[in-house]
Design a protein around this ligand. Structure first.
Ligand SMILES: *Cc1c(COP(=O)(O)O)cnc(C)c1O
Length: 461
C-alpha cells in the first residue's frame, strides 16, 4: 500500500514512512493511493469478535509490510491492554434508536487514546528496528497532547513537545500534560490560541533545515496512522448493531475533522453507514461550509467544549481531495487561498461533500441543556463535547440506529459538567491523585523562533 499527498507533489511513501512523517513535504496530508474494501462476509465475521481482532482485520490492508501479522497483533494487544473497559469501546443505549459509543475508557479519558496508544506502539517498534531517534512536536487543544504524552512517555527513541494554548485547556487536561515525570516529554504553554499552536507546528514542518536537524515527526490528527486507528470503532459498533445486514448512522463531535473522516473511510471500505453527521460547537466553520460551500475563517471563541475550538480544520483537506477527484493541484491552490481568509468550493466538489456529510451546530446554552437533560432522562452524564453530539444527533433521529460518539469522560471537564448538571463526575480511581502531583511546564511567547530554540536546547541535553 502506497501513500500519496493531498497536494500531489510530495514523495510517495510506505505506511511506515507516512506514519513517521506526519505532514507531507508539499504541505499536504497523506492518504492511501486506493481505499481497500472489506466484503460483506468479512464484516459479518466480525460479529462477536474482540475489539483487537476487529482492529487487525480493519487495519491490516493499510499497513503493507511495515509489520508482520504477528507483530501487528502484538502491537494492537499492547495498545489497548491499559483500557479500563473489556469492550474497549462499549455501546450504551440511550433511546430506542439512539446509542452512545463510549470512547473514553483509555488512560487519558478521551477518544484520542485509541489512536495515540497504537501510534506509540508502532513508533517504538519501527524506531527500535531502524535505530533512529525522532522529535515529536504536536499542537493540542487539550486531549491530543495528554494522549501523546501518555503514549510516548519513557520511550527511548522519542522526545515529545506539546504546544497548548495557555489558559484555554481544562485543569484535568493541563495536569495530564504537566505531571508526567519522564524527561522525554515536555509541555509548552503558548500565549496564543489553538490555531496559533497548530500553525507553528505546520511552520516547523515546512522549515526543512529544522525538520532535518531534529528529525521532526508529527502525531497530530493529520497523521494517517491516527485516522486509521479510529476507523476501527466505526466497524465494531456498527457490527454490534447488525451491520452489514443493517445500516447505521453516526454523529461525531468534530473539530479537526479527523474522527469523522475516519467514519468516511469506514464507509468507503464497505461499512453500510447511512448518514455521517458533523456536530460542531459555536466554532462552526464546518457546519457553515456544508451549508454554504464557502470555507471561511472566523475568530475562535472559547467554549465549554474546548477540544473543538478550532477554525482551521486540518483533516478537511482530505475530504476536499476526494471531493476534487484526487486533484492535488486544485487542493493546493484552495489551501493557498485559505491564507487570505477562505475559499469557495466548486459546485461539483460541494455536491459530493453535501451528499457525504450532514451537519449541525450546538450553542453553549444548548450544550449545557443537553448535559442536564441526558442526566435526568437517560441517567448518563455527558462531557460537553458529547453533549454537542447528542444535541445535533436529535435532529437526525429516525428509523436507522444512530450512534453518537462519546469523545471524552465527563470528569475531564468537571467545571462545565457541574455547572450544567449540578453533579461533579469523579475521576476514575486509577488517576484520583492527579490533583496532588507536581506540575512541570514551560510558558512561552507565541513565537516560532523561541519555541524552536527551546526544542533544540532540550534535545541536545
Ligand atoms: C479531539 C476531540 C474532538 C474533536 O475530534 P476531531 O478529530 O478533531 O474532529 C472532540 N471531542 C473531544 C473530547 C476531543 O478530544
Amino acid at each position: 500500500m502506497r501513500y500519496i499527498s493531498t497536494r500531489g507533489t510530495a514523495p510517495v511513501l510506505t505506511f511506515e514512512q507516512a506514519m513517521l512523517t506526519g505532514l507531507a513535504r508539499d504541505g499536504g496530508l497523506y492518504l492511501p493511493e486506493s481505499i481497500p474494501t472489506l466484503s460483506k462476509a468479512d464484516i459479518a465475521a466480525m460479529a462477536g469478535q474482540s475489539y483487537e481482532d476487529i482492529a487487525f482485520t480493519v487495519m491490516r490492508p493499510f499497513i503493507g509490510d511495515t509489520f508482520t501479522d504477528d507483530q501487528f497483533k502484538h502491537l494492537i494487544a499492547q495498545a489497548y491492554a491499559g483500557f479500563g473497559h473489556a469492550a474497549r469501546a462499549p455501546l450504551v443505549q440511550l433511546d430506542s434508536n439512539h446509542f452512545l459509543l463510549e470512547l473514553f475508557h483509555g488512560p487519558t479519558l478521551a477518544f484520542k487514546d485509541f489512536a495515540m496508544q497504537l501510534i506509540g506502539q508502532m513508533f517504538e517498534a519501527a524506531l527500535t528496528r531502524s535505530g533512529d531517534r525522532v522529535t515529536i512536536v504536536g499542537a493540542t487543544s487539550g486531549d491530543t497532547g495528554s494522549a501523546a504524552m501518555e503514549a510516548f512517555r519513557g520511550l527511548d527513541a522519542v522526545d515529545v513537545f506539546i504546544l497548548y494554548p495557555h489558559g484555554r485547556v481544562s485543569e484535568v487536561q493541563r495536569r495530564q500534560m504537566t505531571t508526567p515525570t519522564e524527561a522525554n516529554v515536555h509541555a509548552l504553554a503558548v500565549d496564543g490560541d489553538f490555531d496559533d499552536c497548530q500553525a507553528m507546528v505546520k511552520d516547523m514542518f515546512n522549515d526543512f533545515a529544522f525538520r532535518e536537524e531534529v528529525s521532526l515527526a508529527g502525531v497530530n490528527s493529520i497523521n494517517w496512522g491516527r485516522v486509521l486507528a479510529q476507523v476501527v470503532y466505526y466497524f465494531s459498533s456498527a457490527v454490534s448493531l447488525g451491520a452489514p445486514h443493517r445500516e447505521v448512522s453516526f454523529t461525531v463531535p468534530t473539530g479537526n475533522f479527523g474522527d469523522i473522516f475516519a467514519g468516511y473511510i469506514a464507509q468507503q471500505m464497505g461499512l453500510p453507514i447511512k448518514d455521517l453527521i458533523v456536530a460542531t460547537n459555536r466554532n462552526d466553520i464546518l457546519h457553515r461550509t456544508l451549508e454554504t460551500g464557502s470555507y471561511t475563517k472566523e475568530g475562535v471563541e472559547p467554549t465549554i467544549s474546548p477540544s473543538m475550538d478550532i477554525q482551521v480544520s486540518s483533516n478537511f483537506e482530505r475530504a476536499l481531495f476526494y471531493a476534487y477527484d484526487q486533484d492535488g493541484a486544485t487542493v493546493a491552490s484552495q489551501m493557498d487561498d485559505l491564507k487570505g481568509g477562505g475559499f469557495q468550493i466548486s459546485q461539483g466538489a460541494y455536491q459530493m461533500l453535501k451528499d457525504t456529510f450532514k451537519s449541525g451546530r450546538c450553542s453553549e446554552d444548548e450544550t449545557s441543556a443537553a448535559i442536564k437533560t441526558y442526566l435526568a432522562k437517560h441517567g448518563e452524564l455527558l462531557c460537553p463535547h458529547t453533549a454537542v453530539g447528542t444535541h445535533v444527533a436529535e435532529a437526525h433521529l429516525g428509523t436507522t440506529p444512530m450512534i453518537t460518539l462519546a469523545t471524552a469522560h465527563p470528569a475531564k471537564f468537571p467545571d462545565a459538567v457541574n455547572a450544567a448538571s449540578g453533579v461533579a463526575a469523579p475521576l476514575p480511581p486509577r488517576m484520583a491523585d492527579l490533583y496532588d502531583r507536581p506540575e512541570r511546564v514551560t510558558r512561552t511567547a507565541n513565537n516560532l523562533a523561541d519555541i524552536q530554540s527551546i526544542i533544540k536546547e532540550r534535545i541536545a541535553t
